[in-house]
Design a protein around this ligand. Structure first.
Ligand SMILES: O=C(O)CCC(=O)C(=O)O
Ligand SMILES: [Fe+2]
Length: 363
């Protein structure tokens, strides 16, 4: 195990931990006015990102629950097809990233994940499937699939912009700083996964989805009502935690507990990815999570990853540096700054792993 490059005490060491994640209502940001309610939504987002990196986002005023329920029905229809039908849109037919990944094709922390999935990315101009990520999306021929999912993508992209604005206010950003942050995500290089989980056999060498941190900006996870599948890692209060963004989860030195994050009607589970660690210079942490789906049914989840623009230069935000500048430091210690990354380069590093070495998207 390599030594962590920087250590800090978890900010939560004086607070009791919740046994479930906070629920944050985004509705004040869906209407004009509502200044006070907006401030409390933003404050709740800030607190949740400091403490958990995970929360429930109440979007019941934004989407009709029938809409994502229909998406899971369409997904089930696709996953129920014979394997050779599904293989017609296999990842390897395209750029290696867009299309169908068969059961156990995805690998996390060196172990096969017990799920199958469909991956879609933002369409690009001048597609070229010989270039990683630069191919075309492969849509199932299940009637209505593409139309319904494209409506969902548009909604989740718009939700991403709304949550970014609310988080910017939570961080105390000036209006022009807010605009600058929005300009880094307004052409989001989004990813959507449609995941199918058969029950995890008791003797399976691995997980339904192994422990990982999401690497982008904001994940909005809609899952069918199956309980007991998604788990989120909460650090033990007062323990040393790793703050370096560049080490894989297997090398983390965190200790803590796994809590269940069961679906709540009207909410998506939302978590922040590693880009937020850089933007906030380590103030917000992206949190480990995993899936262990052992009940008898076939579970479907649809994570939408609202990511920065492909060319966005992600670096510590002045508002976050203002917040961390005042933090107590040991004598002689200077504030370290996270290195900037170009989001597209960072992402290519992740998916090229997938391609060349049969490593997973989170390895
Ligand atoms: O299926 C889930 O509940 C979570 C999936 C996930 O964490 C991911 O795809 O990044
Ligand atoms: Fe994830």
């Amino acid at each position: 195990m390599s030594a962590p490059s920087s250590l800090s005490v978890a900010p939560s060491d004086t607070y009791p931990k919740l046994s479930s994640l906070p629920i944050i209502d985004i509705s004040p940001y869906l209407e004009t006015g509502n200044h006070h309610k907006r401030i409390s939504t933003s404050a709740a987002l800030h607190a949740a990102c400091l403490e958990y990196g995970f929360f429930y986002l109440d979007i019941s005023k934004y989407v009709d629950p029938e809409e994502p329920a229909e998406l899971t029905r369409l997904a089930r229809e696709f996953f129920a097809l014979p394997e050779d039908e599904k293989a017609r849109i296999a990842l390897r037919n395209e750029d290696g990233a867009r299309g169908y990944a068969r059961l156990k094709e995805n690998v996390t922390n060196g172990k096969a994940d017990n799920h199958e999935g469909l991956d879609f990315y933002k369409p690009v101009e001048d597609p070229d499937k010989t270039k990683p990520l630069w191919g075309e999306n492969q849509w199932p021929t299940v009637p209505g699939f593409r139309e319904k999912y494209e409506v969902w993508v548009a909604k989740m992209k718009a939700l991403g912009m709304i949550v970014i604005e609310a988080m910017a206010i939570g961080l105390g950003m000036e209006p022009e700083e807010c605009e600058d942050l929005k300009s880094q995500v307004d052409d989001s290089f989004w990813v959507m996964r449609v995941i199918g989980y058969p029950p995890l056999p008791n003797d399976f060498e691995g997980f339904s989805c192994g422990a990982h941190k999401d690497y982008g900006c904001l994940t909005f996870l809609y899952a069918d009502p199956t309980p007991g599948a998604l788990e989120v890692f909460l650090q033990d209060p007062g323990h040393l935690v790793q703050t370096a963004p560049d080490l894989p989860p297997t090398e983390n030195v965190e200790t803590g507990v796994w809590i269940k994050a069961d679906p709540i009607p009207g909410c998506v589970v939302c978590n922040i990815g590693e880009m937020w660690e850089i933007w906030t210079n380590g103030l917000y942490k992206s949190t480990l999570h995993r899936v262990i789906h052992k009940s008898a049914n076939y579970r479907v989840s649809i994570p939408f990853f609202f990511e920065p623009n492909f060319n966005a230069i992600v670096k510590p935000l002045p508002a976050a540096l203002r917040l961390t500048e005042g933090e107590p430091k040991k004598k002689g210690q200077v504030q370290k700054e996270y290195k900037p990354v170009v989001y597209g380069d960072f992402l290519l590093g992740k998916v090229t792993n997938n391609f060349d070495t049969a490593k997973g998207r989170y390895d």
